[in-house]
Design a protein around this ligand. Structure first.
Ligand code: HEC
Ligand code: HEC
Ligand code: HEC
Length: 131
């Protein structure tokens, strides 16, 4: 009698354990993987023939550190695709019209793409490993 109660108690405990492990797994949020800094393929000149001041490296962590969230940049009606080099409007003309990087780099949310003093904040040689 005693051993049977013991056995069913053990069985119940085992069931509870399995249920709770499964539940905590399915409720755990998957941690989004933050891409390493990457350098855009450089266009050497704009439409007017002005030379580019240099390569641009985009750093996800620098943006996350400033409080930006994935959904500010990726998702429906947001400027960027989650595959490097596939987003539209990756030109200075578009940014200066408030598209892509220019949705924030407009002098309001973040430093403007139009100020000569800001060019080198984005156009600098990458220190990131090649990706
Ligand atoms: C400030 C804007 C911004 C924020 C915030 C942001 N991203 Fe991105 N992300 C970009 C840009 C720009 C690209 C490159 C798009 C392109 O080249 O077309 C990119 C590309 C990616 C890629 C593709 C990388 C590859 O190797 O192809 C992934 C995955 C990604 N982001 C995930 C995330 C996740 C997850 C978050 C939140 C933790 C996040 N991003 C937040 C701007 C942002
Ligand atoms: C917010 C970041 C940012 C700022 C600020 C910025 N650029 Fe750019 N620029 C980019 C990115 C991203 C590209 C696209 C990748 C590439 O061609 O290297 C680009 C591309 C360019 C190009 C290549 C052709 C084109 O139109 O895309 C030129 C020329 C250029 N920038 C000039 C400038 C000048 C001049 C300034 C300052 C007045 C400036 N940029 C400020 C991010 C920036
Ligand atoms: C959703 C808004 C948002 C978008 C879109 C965005 N940025 Fe930014 N970025 C910021 C903010 C906010 C900062 C912090 C600087 C500030 O407040 O002026 C910043 C800072 C930066 C810096 C300085 C980072 C550092 O190391 O301190 C660079 C470089 C930069 N952005 C490049 C880009 C480029 C290139 C793009 C487009 C591919 C882009 N950003 C798109 C919001 C944005």
């Amino acid at each position: 009698m005693r051993s049977r109660i013991g056995r069913s108690a053990t069985l119940a405990l085992a069931c509870l354990l399995i249920v709770s492990v499964t539940a905590s797994r399915s409720f755990a949020q998957p941690k989004p993987k933050v891409p390493a800094p990457f350098t855009f393929e450089q266009k050497t000149r704009d439409e007017q023939g002005n030379p580019s001041p240099g390569k641009v490296t985009f750093d996800h962590n620098a943006h996350l550190a400033k409080g930006q969230k994935c959904l500010n940049c990726h998702g429906k009606d947001k400027p960027f695709k989650t595959k490097i080099g596939t987003s539209p409007d990756l030109t200075m003309k578009a940014y200066n019209e408030g598209k892509a990087c220019g949705t924030c780099h407009n002098g309001k949310v973040a430093f403007s793409t139009k100020e000569m003093t800001n060019c080198m904040k984005c156009h600098k040689i990458s220190t990131a490993p090649p990706s």
